[in-house]
Design a protein around this ligand. Structure first.
Ligand SMILES: Cc1cc2nc3c(=O)[nH]c(=O)nc-3n(C[C@H](O)[C@H](O)[C@H](O)COP(=O)(O)OP(=O)(O)OC[C@H]3O[C@@H](n4cnc5c(N)ncnc54)[C@H](O)[C@@H]3O)c2cc1C
Length: 265
């Protein structure tokens, strides 16, 4: 047995102060990963600081094509947002295929990005959309944020407050689901916007989410599923586990990317 104290924060400052006063405390948002990890005794935080009751970090704002999603916004809220769907339907589609209804109504975008599970969906969107991860201290470009398996650029106690990006001209996300967990065995998010073409892959990389420069170059020259046929996906940096070999995942990356480009139109 171990003891955990629960704290409910009502502002970002209060949450940061509460956590700094703990010995080994953790933020909890949807709890969909953290509570399960605690039940398995893989984590035993001294304190939990609950972020779900901080109004400043919930909700979705769309101003022209500038999108800001509060960190404590649930996957279900992202999936259902008509304002967001009007400018970037791909991220609504992505949120709608995360886990199951229970996970979507509890899990949050900030929790998913902070956790950086190598098979999670949002990290691919953040990378392909060239998003900024906004924290209580700074803004971190997605390219610098995801640093490895379950690793991010967040400092100890740093709190994600929002995710921000410019809606692209075209984007889509397709994933091959693990039929048991519904996590991505491979998921590909493609986006074409003012900054060019970006292709991000989740569920396949041995070091977690990554961009595929070969596909980005091919699609910059010719935005069509056919352009991907000539691109090589090297299996050597990919994950191999009981679900799929690295070679199988390499093939899935191409198949998912082609489908995503076709869907983006
Ligand atoms: C059965 C099941 C199926 C799932 N399927 C999928 C799937 O298909 N695709 C997918 O992407 N995910 C899936 N998930 C994970 C789900 O999306 C979780 O919601 C997500 O991983 C974590 O979000 P959370 O809000 O629950 O975070 P929590 O579990 O509360 O926290 C996770 C971690 O993030 C930290 N944290 C939380 N919020 C912040 C913040 N604002 N700033 C800094 N740190 C923070 C916490 O301290 C903790 O370390 C699944 C989960 C389950 C249980």
């Amino acid at each position: 047995m171990y003891q955990t104290s629960y704290h409910r924060a009502s502002s970002v400052n209060e949450a940061v102060t509460m956590l700094s006063g703990t010995s080994e405390g953790k933020y909890v948002s949807g709890g969909m990963t953290l509570i399960a990890t605690m039940k398995q005794r893989l984590a035993s935080p001294s304190d939990l600081v609950d972020l779900r009751h901080i109004p400043d970090i919930t909700g979705i704002k769309v101003e022209a094509r500038r999108v800001t999603i509060g960190a404590a916004t649930t996957h279900a809220e992202v999936a259902a947002s008509s304002a967001l769907r009007a400018v970037c339907p791909a991220i609504c589609t992505l949120a709608g295929v995360i886990g199951d209804p229970h996970v979507r109504h509890m899990g949050t975008i900030g929790g998913s990005v902070a956790n950086n599970d190598p098979a999670a969906d949002y990290p691919a969107a953040m990378l392909a959309l060239d998003a900024r991860i906004v924290t209580d201290k700074r803004e971190i470009p997605a390219d610098d944020f995801f640093t490895g398996l379950f690793e991010t650029a967040l400092d100890d106690g740093e709190l994600i407050t929002a995710l921000r990006f410019e809606a692209p001209d075209k984007a889509a996300y397709t994933k091959f689901r693990n039929p048991a967990s519904r996590y991505a065995m491979t998921g590909v998010f493609v986006a074409k916007g003012a900054g060019g073409v970006r292709v991000a892959v989740t569920g396949a990389g041995a070091d977690g989410v990554f961009r595929h420069s070969g596909m980005e170059q091919a699609l910059s020259a010719n935005w069509s599923p056919a352009a991907i046929s000539g691109v090589t996906v090297d299996p050597s940096g990919l994950m191999a586990d009981l679900h799929a070999t690295a070679e199988y995942r390499a093939n899935l990356v191409k198949v998912m990317a082609k489908r995503a480009v076709a869907e983006a139109g």
